[in-house]
Design a protein around this ligand. Sequence first.
Ligand code: ATP
Length: 944
Amino acid sequence: MGENNNFEEQNKLPELKLDAKQAQGFLSFFKTLPHDPRAVRVFDRRDYYTVHAENANFIAKTYYHTTTALRQLGSGSSGLSSASISKNMFETIARDLLLERTDHTLELYEGSGSNWKLVKSGTPGNLGSFEDVLFANNDMQDSPVVVALLLNFREKGCTVGLSYVDLTKRVLGLAEFLDDSHFTNVESALVALSCKECLLPMESGKSNDCRTLHDVLTKCGVMLTERKKNEFKTRDLVQDLGRLVKGPLEPVRDLVSGFEFAPGALGAVLSYAELLADESNYGNYRIRKYNLDSYMRLDSAAMRALNVLESKTDANKNFSLFGLMNRTCTAGMGKRLLHMWLKQPLLEVDAINSRLDLVQAFVDDTGLRQDLRQHLKRISDIERLIHIVEKGRAGLHHIVKLYQSIIRLPYIKGALERYDGQFSSLIKKKYLESLEVWTDDNHLNKFIALVETAVDLDQLDNGEYMISPSYEAALGALKAEQESLEHQIHNLHKQTASDLDLPLDKGLKLDKGTQYGHVFRITKKEEPKIRKKLTTQFIVLETRKDGVKFTNTKLKKLGDQHQKIVENYKSHQKELVNRVVQITATFSEVFEKLSGLLSEMDVLLSFADLASSCPTPYTRPDITPSDVGDIILEGSRHPCVEAQDWVNFIPNDCKLVRGKSWFQIITGPNMGGKSTFIRQIGVNILMAQVGSFIPCDKATISVRDCIFARVGAGDCQMRGVSTFMQEMLETASILKGATDRSLIIIDELGRGTSTYDGFGLAWAICEHLVRELKAPTLFATHFHELTALAHQKADQEPHAKQIVGVANYHVSAHIDTSNHKLTMLYKVEPGACDQSFGIHVAEFANFPESVVALAREKAAELEDFSPTAIISDDAREKVGSKRKRECNTDDMSKGAARAHRFLKDFSDLPLYKMDLKEALLQIGKLKDDLEKDAVNCHWLQQFF
Ligand SMILES: Nc1ncnc2c1ncn2[C@@H]1O[C@H](COP(=O)(O)OP(=O)(O)OP(=O)(O)O)[C@@H](O)[C@H]1O
C-alpha cells in the first residue's frame, strides 16, 4: 500500500473515485463492448480519464512502468482492473498511440453510470476527431496516409492494386504494378507515401504470400487493418468519386477505368475513411495516379541506413537527415513538405536542377534569404488552417490567423522582386507570377477585405475574436439595443443609489451573475440602514456573507431584456462567424496553392541556410541522367556525423566510375569508418536528388532510381539463424530489384553466419552484382578475401561474363610501433587493407604474447600477408599473385560459379512456407551438396 501511495504521489495520478452504484453501472456497460484487441478505450470522467481491463495493464506497463498504478473496480470475479489518467497524460498517450506507435487504435467515451457513448475515435492512418487534441499545442509534422491493397497472385509474383487517401491534403491516389514475392515495390510505395495504416481483405492473412506482406508492413511500421472482402468493391465507385472529387466526372471515370485492381482498393479506402458520410468532403478531394517510377525508390532498410527520419533514440536532432535539414520556419507545413521530399527524391534532371537553382539563388543572396525567412516566420500553417475551415470546424481565430499570414505576402513579394541575380527569371516564373495573381482583388485581397470588415480587429489585442457590429445591420441593431439597455440599467443603478441614500458602487453595487442576472448588492453591515425600504420596495434574493442581493421589478425587467439581447447577439455572432468561415472556404483553392508555394520556398530556404551555415559550406552537385555519367564526390562528408560536436570529420573522395570502379570493396579495421563512408555516399546522393546542396567540395552525380541498403546490425554474437535468414532475404530482394541505375550499399554481409558460409555468400552476391546487375555498389566487408574479385581479369575466365569495374579501397589507420599507438585516419585509399591488422590491434591491446604469436602462425597458414603497416598498391598485387599461386584461376572461377549456384538455390528456397526445422534441413542439404562438390575444387575447400 505504501508503495502505491508513493507511486501515486510521485506521478500525481488522479484518484479513481466511483461510488458502488456508478461502478456497477459502468461494469455492466463495459461488458457490452465488442472485443477489439487493438482498441485502447478511454473513459472521460470530467477531471480525469480511466482505462480498464487489458488496456489498464497496457497503459500501466507502457506509460507508468509499474503495475502498482492498477486499481480494482468492483469486487470478486466481476472486478475490473483499472487505471486513471490525468488530462495531460492523456494527450501524451494519444500522441504516442496515434503518431508514434502503429499497433493501437484509440476510442474516447463520454457518459456516466451505465450510459456511455463513443465520442471520438482514431487510428494511426485516420486521426479522425483526435486531430484537434493532437495538434492543439503542436505542429503537425507528417500527414498520415491510409493505403489499401488488393492483390492478385499469379504464377510469378503478383499484380498489386493500390489506393490511398491523405485525409489532411484531401488527396486520393491509385496505382497498379507488378511485384515480386518480397513485395519490394509495395515497400517502396509505403515508404514514399508515409503510409501509417494498410487495409487488406480479411482472409488474405491466411495465405503464405501474405505473410511476407505482413512482414513488410511490420518493417515499415505500418498498422495492418483487415476489412471485409466485400468492401473492396467498385460498385457505385465512380458515382461516389463524382461527389467527392473537384471538377468534372469524365477525367475521373477515365482514370479509374485504366486500372484493374486499384479501384477495388479505392472502394475499401472510401468506405473505411467514411468519406461520403461527411458532406464537408464533397467536391473537395483531388484524385491522381500515383506513379511508382516518379521518385527514387527507397526501402525501409535504406531509410534506416541513411538515417533519413528522426528516431526516438537520436541523441540530438542532427543524427537524422530530417533533423539536420529541417530549418523550416512556417509552422508545420514546411516540415511536412520536407518529410515528403525526403521520402520522394526526384529522378528528372530538370526538376532537380530547378530546385537547385532556387537553392543557389538563396545561397548567393544572403539578404534575400534572411528577408524571406523573417517574413515566413509570421506565416501560420495555412494548409492545416484551410483544412479546418473546409471541415467547418473553424472559429474566428483560425480566420484571423489566415488573415495575419496573408497580409505578409506583399513583403514576401517585395523581397523577391528586389532579387536581381542570375535566377531572377526562374524566381519570377516560380513565385512572383503566381503570387501576383493570387493576391489580386479577385482572390486574396477579397479575403483581406472580408476579414477587415467582418472581424472586430480592435478587439484582438484583448484576445477577443468577434464579428464587428458594423459588419451587418441586424448585428449592429442588436448591439445598439444592448448598449441602450446597459445605459438604462446604469441609470437605474444611479437612481436607486440616490433613493436609498447610498454611495454608487461603494455602497450600492450592481452585480451580474449566472443565477439571478442583474442584481443590487449591499454589505450586511449596510442592511439594517435600509431594511424597511428593502422589505417594501425590493425583493431580497439572498443573504450571505458577502452581502444581501436584491432586485426590483424594473431591474428584473431590464436585466431579463438585456440577457435576451445578449443571447440573441451571441447566436447572431455565431451565425455570422459560420458565414465568414463558409466564405473563407470558397478561397480554399488559392489557399492550398499558396501553402504549396510557401512551404516549398520554406524548405528550399532551409536547404540554402544549411548549405551556407555549415563550417565547411556545401556544394551544388552536377546532375546527369541515370544512364550517363559517373558518380564522383570529392571531399565528401557525412552531413550528420560531421554535425556532431565531438567529431573532426575527415573528408573522402568517392569515384564510382563505370567500367572502372563501379563496384567498390571497402576493407579496413573495425571502427575505421567503413560504414560511415558508404552511408555518406548514399546520403549525399539522396540529398542531391531532393534538391539540396551536399557536403562535398565538388560533385557529379548520375541520378539513381533507387538506393538499396543492406546494413548489418553490428553485434555478431547476438545474431542467430533467424538473422542469417533475414540477411539472406533482404539480400535476395536487392538481387531481384537492382539495376545499373540503382545504388547498392552493403555493410558487413554474412556476419551472422560462420565465416565460410558468410564468405561464400558474400562472394557469390558480389559476382552476381558485378556480372549480371552491373549496379554501382559500395561493399564494406571484413572478408579480406573478397578483394581478390578485383583481380579476376577477363582473360582468366573466358567462358564467364567478364568481371570489370571492381576496385578495392580501404580505410587507413596509423600504427606507431614506438609507442604502440593505433590511430584511425578515416582516410579512404585505393587498394585492399593489410589483413594482419587485427593482430596488430590485439598486440597493442596487450594480448598475451603467446596468443599473438599463435594468431600470426594461423594467419600465415591461411594467407601470405606483409607484417608491416597498411597495404600499398604493390602489396595488393602481392595478394593477387599469391592467390594465383595457391589456386589456379580455373579452379577459382569454377568454385565461384558453384558458390553462386549455392546461393541461387538458397534464394529460391520458399523459406516463408517452411518452419525453422524444415528450413534448416533444406539448407543443410544444400551445404552438404556444396561440400561434396568442393572435393574437386581446391578453392572451395578452403571454406570448409
Ligand atoms: N571520415 C571520418 N572522420 C572522422 N570520424 C569518422 C569518420 N568516419 C568515421 N568516423 C568515426 O568513427 C566511428 C566508427 O566509424 P564506422 O562505424 O563507420 O566504422 P566501421 O569501419 O564501419 O566499423 P565496424 O567495422 O566496427 O563496423 C564513427 O562513429 C565516427 O565517429
